[in-house]
Design a binder for this molecule. Structure first.
Ligand code: CA
Length: 223
């Protein structure tokens, strides 16, 4: 599990971020001042820092500079004013990105994931593979996020995942994923692939594109 330190002095904003990140399987710690942030950082070395710029003691810029003396941890700034954005862009602070308040917690989570993917911090974490299948729990995770699949969607994706690159015909998928394939039709598979792609797309555009249509033949999962 990747750990995220949220440094934010406005409780309402902190709460929504904590909730959004925990829902997505991050281990979240929240502090409200720059001093606490640096103390926590020294002791726990989190994998990611979400850093408000306007803090009661230091500015987020100060905190970022201090962290950068010892660490290349990804840092995402929360900004409230355009003057702050200018500073983020103008100074070489070593921040990885910023979001402007007000923001949707979902957008922040997406940004965190994108930065982690870019930075490679994610690669060491099994939970954040593009697609990870656990046969025991019958769950498939996309970039660390559990996919909410119907039984048929799950079976189809599990079949494709078992042999990446192999093209499965609609008939083969029906046979393997349906208990009573005779009752279903070829276009049933197409409909399920469509909803599967939509669900993957919510987690990751890249993941949605791994399911490829081979016209006239069937479907394959290609990484
Ligand atoms: Ca603030």
């Amino acid at each position: 599990m990747l750990s995220v330190l949220i440094v934010e002095d406005e409780p309402a904003i902190a709460d929504t971020l904590i909730y959004a990140l925990r829902t997505e399987n991050f281990a979240v710690t929240h502090v409200a001042t720059g001093g606490e942030a640096l103390a926590h950082f020294d002791r726990h070395a989190p994998d990611f820092v979400v850093l408000d710029i306007g803090l009661p003691d230091f500015t987020g810029f100060d905190v970022c500079r201090t962290i950068r003396q010892t660490s290349q941890v990804p840092i995402l700034f929360l900004t409230a004013r355009s003057s702050e954005i200018d500073q983020v862009l103008g100074l070489e602070l070593g921040a990885d990105d910023y979001v402007t308040k007000p923001f949707s917690p979902r957008a922040v989570v997406a940004r965190v994931r994108a930065i982690l993917r870019r930075g490679g911090a994610v690669e060491k974490e099994e939970s954040s593979e593009l697609l990870a299948h656990c046969e025991e729990t019958m769950m498939i995770h996309c970039c660390g996020q559990a996919l909410d699949l119907t039984a048929h969607e799950y079976k189809i994706l599990a079949i494709l995942l078992k042999q990446p690159g192999r093209v499965f015909t609609r008939e083969q998928l029906l046979e393997q994923a349906w208990d009573d394939p005779g009752s279903a039709m070829d276009r049933t598979i197409d409909a399920h692939i469509k909803t599967l792609r939509a669900k993957l797309r919510e987690a990751s555009e890249e993941a949605a594109e791994t399911i490829q249509t081979r016209r006239g033949l069937g479907y394959a999962l290609v990484f």
